[in-house]
Every structure is written in structure tokens, then in C-alpha cells.
Ligand binder design. Structure first.
Ligand code: ADP
Ligand code: MG
Length: 367
């Protein structure tokens, strides 16, 4: 085994090994590996709840992204404790037809602090959303009537934090490429939204993972172009050249706008309860495509379809986005623009007038 040590690893005199970890419940598993809850035994015998990913593919890239992010933007990502390469010691079991069975082969183990129980997806798919964000972001429930004003408080906060996370990632040259509610975790310790799952990310300054992997992308959240760079520039130049060239390419191609489209879809899902299920999101995306990514046209169509008033779910979404002079709606329209250059950068979005009036949360507690 060789070790890839994370920056926070330095607190330990030795790198984490397999022997320090006790795997628990499996949280998920996909084509690229499996994720487990686990317990890390520290040198003094104390234990820390952690999350372990055994990555069969792209593990090295994910370690790279986590190291870069935890150095330059520690508040924006889950706390990374390190990674190591695991090569199976036992001879692989061989099945009846001579094929290897079981996991077999090398995989990279990645270890993070367990940031908490809930992703944005877990919260969003519950009926109490977005009120269930309050204890996680504010430490308590707001003593306010459940109306659009109260929904606006946490919706703006969580969107602002998502944008701050992306602003720092993009400033480092990293595009996440898999922004979705499942990859945003509510950190209990930091009372803040953080981004996880950097396995599909691209580091454009250094050309790492630069070649677009179509099959890595989630079609529900990927922008119409689907590529970080246009096809013409898809082949990375040799590394030293890439380092010189990338800032220029960044200007020309707006690779960061890939993530910004996903933020737009996520914002719409948070606002409209009827866009939170998979099927309805897919249907919405299809309609948006047919309408040329013209969100106001989608609204006109929806209003025309319901001459006697909008259904509750649609009403709820428009109500919250159209509050404060329609600022939230305007931001959503910009984010899902077809042309990457029409979408704001994360930094520009943070300066949008929707964030001009941020809730004074302390005052909100006493109605
Ligand atoms: P996958 O490639 O399977 O999508 P992820 O990195 O997204 O892997 O992790 C899968 C799930 O594990 C997440 O959706 C989340 O529920 C949980 N998870 C991952 N990292 C953390 C973390 N640092 N703290 C708490 N939960 C986590
Ligand atoms: Mg994920």
C-alpha cells in the first residue's frame, strides 16, 4: 500500500491505513465504487465517525480534487482526512468459469469526516422542506408563520452558500460537474452547506480530468452543451502549456458556467415542490429544451394551462421566487440560459439583487 496524505492528515503522525478503519453501513454503491459509514480509531484510542469511499475508478482524481479544495477552500467541501491505494493481498477467488469473483483489483480508499446525516436531497424530498433546513443552518426553528417569507430565509441562505462554495472552487480552477442535491451535504459542525463527490470534477489549470467524460454526467442537471469545453478544445494540451493556456481558455469557453446551469435547476427544484421527483424533473427538462431554455416562456405556458388558478405546488414556487420584485425568478432565468455566456458566474450571482436583502435571522426569531 502507498499513501496519499491529505493536508489535514498532518495532524496524525501516521497516515490512515485500513487497520484504523472499521466499516459500517453501506450508504450507496455505483459503477465507480461504494461508500460506507465507518469508524476511524485515532492514535490516542479515541474514535471519529467518518465516511469511506472505495473507488474503483477516478479515485486518484477525486483525491487530487479533495486535496486542492481542502487547501484552498476548506469551508466549501467535506473535511478530507486522506486517501490510500488498496491492493488485494489475498489471491483472487476464481469462479467456476475462471472469471474473478468479488471485488478484486485495486481501489483507492478516500476518508472524510462524517459531516452529518442529511444531503440537500434527503431534506428536499421531505414534506417539511425547506423548513427542515432551519435547525441545520440556523441551529433552531424560526418562530414565524409558515409562508413565503419564511421559506425565502433558508432558500436564500442555502443558495448563497452553494454559490460561495462554487465561487471558491472556480477561483481555484476546479469545475465540479456534478452539482445536484445528492452531492450537497449539510455540515452539522459548521452549520453550512458543503459540496461532496469531486470524482467528476475537472482541474482546468492543470488539465487533470480535462477530457470531458460524457458518461460521468448526470443528464438531469447537466447544461445543454454537456461539456466543460467545446469539442474543438476537448483534447488537453501538454501539461506545461495547459497551465499557461488555461486562464485564456477559461475566458473564452466559460467552463465554470457548466456548474451554474446545475445551480439553476437546483434552485428551481427547491422552489417548486412539483419538480423534486425524478420523473417530473425529467419532464420539465424536456419541456425546457423544447422551449429553447426560455424560462419565462415556460411560465406563460403554465399560466395558460391553468386559467382558473395555478395548482398549489406551482403557486408555491412562483410565490417564493417572485417575492421582492421577482429577484429570485430573475436569477433562476439567468442561470438556466442556453448560452453559457448568458449565465452569471458564481461571483456575479452572489452580487445579484436577490442577495441584497439577506434575512436578519436574529430578529426573525421574535415575531
Ligand atoms: P457517489 O459517487 O456514490 O455519489 P458520494 O461521494 O456522493 O458518492 O457519496 C455518497 C453519499 O454518501 C452521499 O450522497 C452522502 O449521503 C454520503 N456522504 C458522502 N460524503 C459524506 C460526508 N463527508 N459526510 C456525510 N455523508 C457523506
Ligand atoms: Mg454523489
Amino acid at each position: 500500500d502507498y499513501y496519499i496524505t491529505g493536508p489535514l492528515q498532518r495532524r496524525r503522525s501516521a497516515a490512515i491505513t485500513k487497520d484504523d478503519l472499521k466499516l459500517g453501513k453501506r450508504l450507496g454503491s455505483g459503477g465507480f465504487g461504494s461508500v460506507y459509514k465507518a469508524t476511524l480509531t485515532n492514535e490516542d484510542g479515541s474514535t471519529t465517525p467518518v465516511i469511506v469511499k472505495k473507488a474503483k475508478e477516478f479515485g486518484e482524481a477525486e483525491v487530487w480534487m479533495n486535496e486542492r479544495m481542502s487547501r484552498t477552500a476548506p469551508a466549501s467541501c467535506a473535511q478530507f482526512l486522506g486517501g490510500f491505494l488498496d491492493t488485494p493481498e489475498q489471491p483472487q477467488k476464481v469462479g467456476p468459469a475462471g472469471a474473478a469473483v468479488g471485488l478484486g483489483g485495486e481501489c483507492v480508499w478516500l476518508v472524510w469526516l462524517d459531516e452529518g446525516e442529511f444531503t440537500l436531497y434527503d431534506l428536499m424530498t421531505k414534506r417539511e422542506f425547506p423548513y427542515n433546513l432551519e435547525p441545520l443552518l440556523l441551529g433552531r426553528e424560526l418562530r414565524l408563520q409558515k409562508d413565503k417569507r419564511r421559506r425565502l430565509v433558508t432558500l436564500k441562505l442555502v443558495t448563497q452558500q452553494l454559490l460561495e462554495n462554487l465561487d471558491t472552487a472556480h477561483a481555484t480552477g476546479i469545475v465540479h460537474r456534478d452539482i445536484k442535491p445528492q452531492n450537497a451535504i449539510l455540515s452539522v459542525a459548521d452549520r453550512r452547506l458543503k459540496l461532496i463527490d469531486w470524482g467528476a470534477a475537472a482541474d482546468l489549470r492543470l488539465g487533470i480530468n480535462y477530457v470531458p467524460n460524457e458518461y460521468l454526467l448526470d443528464p438531469r442537471y447537466a447544461p445543454p452543451q454537456q461539456y466543460v469545453m467545446s469539442r474543438q478544445t476537448a483534447t488537453p494540451p501538454p501539461k506545461p502549456v495547459a497551465a499557461l493556456l488555461s486562464p485564456v481558455l477559461w475566458q473564452m469557453e466559460h467552463p465554470d458556467k457548466f456548474d451554474m446551469y446545475s445551480v439553476g435547476i437546483l434552485l428551481l427544484q427547491m422552489a417548486f415542490p412539483n419538480l423534486r421527483s425524478d420523473n417530473s424533473l425529467i419532464a420539465f427538462n424536456r419541456r425546457l429544451q423544447e422551449l429553447g431554455w426560455d424560462l419565462p416562456a415556460w411560465k406563460r405556458e403554465v399560466v395558460r394551462k391553468h386559467p382558473r388558478g395555478l395548482p398549489k405546488d406551482l403557486e408555491e414556487g412562483f410565490e417564493v421566487l417572485e417575492a421582492e420584485g421577482g429577484a429570485g425568478w430573475d436569477l433562476a432565468c439567468q442561470l438556466v440560459s442556453y448560452n453559457p455566456s448568458d449565465r452569471p458566474t458564481a461571483g456575479e450571482a452572489l452580487l445579484h439583487r436577490w442577495f441584497e436583502q439577506m434575512p436578519v435571522v436574529a430578529g426573525a426569531a421574535t415575531p
